[in-house]
Design a protein around this ligand. Structure first.
Ligand code: BG6
Length: 486
């Protein structure tokens, strides 16, 4: 990859978790790989009046452990890019100092990363504009959650649009920065092999899972007002669904790709009643149990979570896309916390052969399957049936496996690193456009509404399992089972 243009990376909320755990380590990796322009500066903003040395001490304690440091020397060199300034995002009188720090240069790329509570997005953009930091070379990165429903998300987008043009706005969904998500596009649109099969005539069902072994990890106060539907489905899972289901874009420009994703979101069958939601979705909440051999407590016993919380930590949904390519093909989406393992994968189950010439071997229902694994390992695995060696005609499930670690020995950037480099370079393709966000909210709204008014509480599931039994039942009534169950 080429070196970036000159830049200023301004990190709001820089004593927070995201900056410490993800953003600084990602910027370091890019630095160590020689990808950052030598005229690239990082300005960390916080509410506290502390010196740069004091801030760097915080970085040593909270961020360094997340860095796969190449060497002491390159880490030190990286830190020379970092500066600290006391700016309270909500206080207008703090911004002139920021503008002065950035300076009048209109050529370099100025990135303002708002790692802030969404209530502060509007006021922060207003203050940036008031000191001229909305000129064309300024880009604003908006972290999720962008609102808590369609209305609040619209209000934020509306307010932000008063000061910034759409092409200056980078709504981040870190799943789009994962290497294997881009690989999915490469596989689909770079090979003639899959295209003819990628449609309702040949695909029986699609399963998209993001399973986490972690629980809410001390974020109970945030999580309880959010839940898995808003935290994961509305953004990450729907974005993955778009990449699987979209038509080939006219070219790889940001708008061409986003136009196609938008069409998928618009074609999602809307839920039309509470009954419709009840029969096509499952919401669950973890009970105590054991994950990776360690006992864990129930969600309702987590810090800052009410003992009668109805918030879902697990969701499974049967979605359908009403267009010519996908009509009638179920897309099963699933995500949850404290599940059996950490895993993100997309499974394409192809239809069976029209007539079975050979006796069905054990496991034959797992054949005709493409498994795209996003994490923990990145791989693509084709499951099919082959003849078992020997003198009888016996079939066995077999695999063709492409493991990206083995196939490509070059370093692969993590999602945040990739996306930060894209913002500095002004590449928008992997960020969500406003209309995509609106459609995604529109689709989840009836589910949120139905759950809000439902008298049926979330189904409790034991931590360390694959979620409530109702999740398996959602598929089994269609004669399907989740990948790991078949
Ligand atoms: C975030 C969610 O967007 O994604 C978290 O807010 C979740 O709750 C995380 O844990 C999962 O991301 P990853 O990349 O670790 O799968």
């Amino acid at each position: 990859m080429d070196n970036t243009p000159a830049f200023d990376m301004v990190l709001f909320g820089s004593t927070g978790d995201l900056v410490m755990r993800k953003l600084l380590p990602s910027l370091y990796q890019a630095h160590a790989a020689g990808l950052l322009n030598e005229n690239g500066r990082i300005l960390c903003l916080g509410r506290k009046q502390i010196s740069l040395d004091e801030y760097l001490e915080l970085v040593e304690t909270n961020s360094r452990q997340h860095v796969k440091a190449k060497s002491e020397e390159s880490w030190k060199e990286f830190l020379t890019r970092v500066d600290y300034l006391k700016v309270d995002a909500g206080t207008g009188s703090d911004y002139p100092a920021l503008a002065e720090w950035v300076g009048p240069d209109t050529q370099k790329s100025v990135v303002c990363y708002l790692s802030l509570a969404p209530e502060l997005f509007t006021v922060c953009c207003e203050h940036l504009a008031a000191v001229g930091l909305n000129r064309d070379n300024v880009r604003v990165v908006l972290e999720k959650p962008l609102g808590t429903d369609l209305e609040s998300s619209n209000a934020i987008n509306e307010a932000v649009a008063k000061h910034f043009k759409e092409e200056q706005l980078y709504r981040i969904d870190h799943y789009l920065g994962k290497e294997s998500v881009q690989n999915l596009m490469a596989i689909r649109f770079g090979n003639a092999l899959f295209e003819p099969l990628w449609r309702r005539e040949w695909v029986h069902d699609v399963q998209i899972t993001i399973a986490e072994d972690l629980g809410v990890e001390g974020r109970g106060d945030f999580y309880d007002g959010t839940g898995a539907l808003r935290d994961m489905i509305q953004n990450h899972l729907l974005q993955l669904l778009c990449i699987v289901a979209m038509e080939p874009p006219a070219n790889m420009s940001a708008d061409a790709v986003r136009d196609e994703k938008l069409k998928v979101l618009k074609a999602l069958r809307p839920f039309t009643s509470n009954e419709d939601v009840a029969s096509n979705t499952v919401r669950g909440q973890y009970k105590s149990g054991a994950v990776n051999g360690k006992p864990v407590k129930a969600y309702r016993e987590e810090k800052n979570v009410p003992a009668d919380s109805q918030t879902e930590t697990f969701v499974a949904i049967k979605a359908e896309i009403e267009n010519w390519r996908w009509a009638g093909v179920p897309f099963y989406l699933r995500t949850g916390k404290h599940l059996q393992e950490r895993l993100a994968e997309i499974v394409i189950n192809f239809r069976d052969v029209p007539y079975q010439l050979f006796p069905s071997p054990v496991g034959s229902n797992t054949a005709n399957r493409l498994v795209i694994s996003l994490q923990p390992d990145e791989s693509i695995r084709m499951h099919f049936l082959a003849k078992e060696p020997g003198d009888t005609m016996r079939l066995q499930p077999a695999f063709l496996n492409l493991d990206f670690n083995q196939a490509f020995s070059v370093r692969r950037a993590d999602a945040y690193e990739r996306l930060l480099l894209d913002v500095i370079r002004g590449q928008l393709a992997l960020f969500m456009r406003r209309d995509e966000l609106i459609e995604a909210w529109r689709w989840v709204t009836p589910i949120m509404e139905a759950w809000k008014h439902s008298t049926v509480p979330p189904k409790l599931y034991t931590s360390g399992t694959w979620g409530p039994a109702a999740s398996s039942a959602l598929l089994s009534r269609d004669g399907v089972s989740w990948h790991e169950e078949s």
